[in-house]
Design a protein around this ligand. Structure first.
Ligand SMILES: N[C@@H](CCC(=O)N[C@@H](CS)C(=O)NCC(=O)O)C(=O)O
Length: 251
């Protein structure tokens, strides 16, 4: 089997796809793309959409973290990413969909909002990346990429503040899935590989880590993504963080 995964370094769904490949023991090569440029490259390679993760396996193109999970289970059924029991599978699929459709984007918006304010943490997110040009050059010319990424992801003040306000309820939901055994079971599955990287990325923000790390959701992230690359010092306005801090204090 010949597999190549296209990622943006430190992208959370990209890391999820990579963890699933490793979990399956599938040999793969990785191509790192710069944000924004990735859109052109993926279109040029005739992928149907312009987001990572995208994977070529034996000449076929599979795109999207959830599509990749299913393809990997088809290609190599063991260890399975989904439970065999229909009811348990439906619960895992619901958590996985939540991770993709509800959790991923606010975390992405908070990261781009922060990087737009101060680009200096960008180097830490590029750790281990092979972008085809020297990292120093990539960082020195990153301003337009950051501006466009923030724009494409609608990382406005209003949306960043809204993203923060949605986090407490989402963290409660993840903790409840963990308590119910849907997430963070003995064998990690597709929903764990979907959700843990978003939590891991959120925890690279010093503003968010204290609200996540000591709860079950944080344990899941520390177990599956203990070395998430990147670190952003405090930057979010304290007033915006209030809902998250009050929820943490009352937990
Ligand atoms: N939710 C989808 C899409 C993922 C997505 O939006 N990926 C982002 C990176 S985290 C992307 O490719 N953005 C394009 C860019 O930054 O230029 C999935 O899980 O596959």
């Amino acid at each position: 089997m010949k597999a190549r995964l296209y990622v943006i370094p430190a992208s959370h769904p990209s890391l999820g796809a990579e963890l699933m490949l490793r979990h399956k023991g599938i040999d793969y090569k990785r191509t790192d793309l710069m944000p924004v440029i990735s859109k052109l490259v993926l279109r040029g390679m005739r992928f149907p959409r312009n987001t990572v993760p995208a994977m070529k396996v034996d000449g076929r193109r599979i795109q999207g973290s959830r599509e990749i999970a299913r393809e990997l289970d088809r290609l190599r059924p063991e260890p399975p990413l989904f439970p065999a029991d229909a009811e348990r599978r439906a619960a895992v699929e619901e958590a996985e969909r939540f991770g993709d459709e509800q959790l991923q984007h606010p975390v992405r918006q908070l990261l781009w909002w922060s990087i737009k304010k101060d680009r200096s943490p960008l180097r830490s997110y590029s750790e281990g990346a092979h972008l085809g040009i020297p990292i120093d050059l990539a960082l020195a010319t990153a301003a337009p990429i950051v501006a466009l990424s923030a724009r494409f992801n609608e990382a406005s003040d209003e949306n960043a503040r809204r993203a923060l306000a949605t986090l407490p309820a989402m963290l409660d939901r993840i903790d409840a899935w963990i308590a119910a055994g849907v997430l963070n079971g003995e064998q990690p599955g597709a929903a764990d590989f979907q959700i843990a990287p978003s939590l891991g990325l959120a925890m690279t923000l010093d503003d968010l880590r204290p609200a996540i790390e000591s709860r079950p959701a944080g344990e899941l992230a520390k177990r599956l993504v203990p070395d998430y690359p990147g670190r952003t010092p405090p930057i979010l306005p304290p007033a915006w963080l209030q809902p998250l801090r009050s929820a943490t204090a009352s937990a």
